[in-house]
Design a protein around this ligand. Structure first.
Ligand SMILES: NC(=O)CC[C@H](N)C(=O)O
Length: 361
């Protein structure tokens, strides 16, 4: 079959050439790179990447195919995938689809045979890079931002209830800013029933649903674009044992008067070391974020810093000084990636089951 050429036109002026896969003819978005060696299916279906074009630095993508178990959402929200070598003949007992199938059935293009090493160096150097994927090279795209309304697009429109897998021990609310299904699975496997609520849910709706604890999910975009929800998030977190993950962590910091800022080029991969400050223990974590909580904005009378990033020292976790509120910048659900920090869920669920009596250790 004849190969179709495709191009990635960057706001930096660079143009990279590759082979086009998929029916979509054009796409654009913010360029980010992910360094995980496996987990391309989870990355492609994680709603936190909505509006972004993702390049995988690992050179062979598609080798174990795609299955029905590891999807993090019903369909991918990425705006494009840039890879080096695509594998057309996957081998895995669970595989039901190939990379080519994914390109044909979903609404985003894949550009293969690209020099992803060069692309990653461009992103590292410039940080904020916007790109257009096209079959016909044209004008260099202007720098643009991911839409402010991106969370509204990926969040559920109404509450969805999931009964516990085993005998129910607690009812947890996930506030959905673009939640990964593996977070919900983790709660269900631990005997919780789960209700997923829209991103702008009010405290009163949680009270009506008889919730025991709240998980503020991961999600796409700049946390400050949800700044208007800060007061409601504070009311909710002051009322229930609360765990924030990634965007949820950033929103908690904003809700309690902190600030967030953009990282030079983000943390995206599955081997990011974090240090648990109270014990000194280092864990390897899965991460996917472009923003962080600004350490200088954190009030010591409100928060203890629970985790730090070993590479750049940025904040990776917070624990409220007097209330059962905890948040992590990394992904304890670990899809893809190591499950070193699974205890984050255990601590949260202990607190939920004790009615918020214990604070986090
Ligand atoms: N995975 C996430 O929740 C990402 C949070 C936020 N969108 C960021 O890029 O920092």
């Amino acid at each position: 079959m004849e190969e179709t050429k495709g191009y990635l036109m960057l706001s930096t002026g660079d143009v990279l050439e590759g082979v086009w896969l998929g029916k979509t003819t054009e796409s654009d978005g913010e360029l980010v790179f992910n360094t995980a060696m496996t987990g391309y299916q989870e990355v492609m279906t994680d709603p936190s990447y909505a509006g972004q074009i993702v390049t995988m630095t690992y050179p062979l993508i598609g080798n174990y195919g795609f299955n029905t178990q590891d999807k993090e959402s019903h369909s991918p929200s990425i705006h494009g995938l840039i890879i080096s070598t695509p594998c057309e003949t996957p081998s895995h007992y669970q595989a039901t689809q190939t990379l080519q199938d994914i390109a044909n059935t979903h609404n985003f293009p894949i550009l293969a045979q690209v020099d992803t090493r060069k692309l990653t160096k461009i992103i590292r150097k410039h940080g904020d890079v916007y790109g257009k994927m096209t079959k016909t090279p044209g004008n260099i795209p202007a720098q643009a931002k991911v839409s402010e309304k991106i969370v509204e697009r990926v969040s559920v429109k109404e509450a969805q209830y999931y009964p516990a897998n085993e005998s129910k021990t607690a009812h947890v609310a996930i506030i959905d800013y673009g939640y990964k299904h593996s977070i919900r699975e983790m709660l269900l496997q631990n005997g919780c029933s789960v209700t997923v609520f829209p991103f702008d849910v009010k405290l009163e709706s949680l009270q009506e649903a008889d919730i025991d604890g709240v998980l503020l999910s991961n999600g796409p975009g700049d946390p400050k674009s949800l700044g208007y929800l800060a007061d409601e998030i504070k009311r909710i977190a002051e009322h229930y044992p609360t765990l924030g993950i990634c965007l949820g962590h950033q929103l908690l910091a904003l809700a309690f008067g902190g600030n967030t800022m953009r990282l030079p080029y983000g943390h995206r991969g599955s081997n990011h070391p974090v240090q648990h400050v109270p014990s000194g223990k280092v864990s390897i974590t899965s991460q996917n974020h472009g923003y962080v909580v600004d350490e200088t904005s954190i009030s010591e009378s409100l928060w203890n810093i629970l985790y730090n990033n070993v590479n750049d020292g940025s904040i990776e976790g917070l624990q409220h000084c007097s209330k059962p509120i905890m948040s992590v910048q990394f992904h304890p659900e670990a899809h893809p990636g190591p499950s070193d920090t699974y205890d984050v869920f255990e601590q949260f669920l202990n607190s939920v089951r004790n009615g918020g009596v214990t604070t986090y250790a």
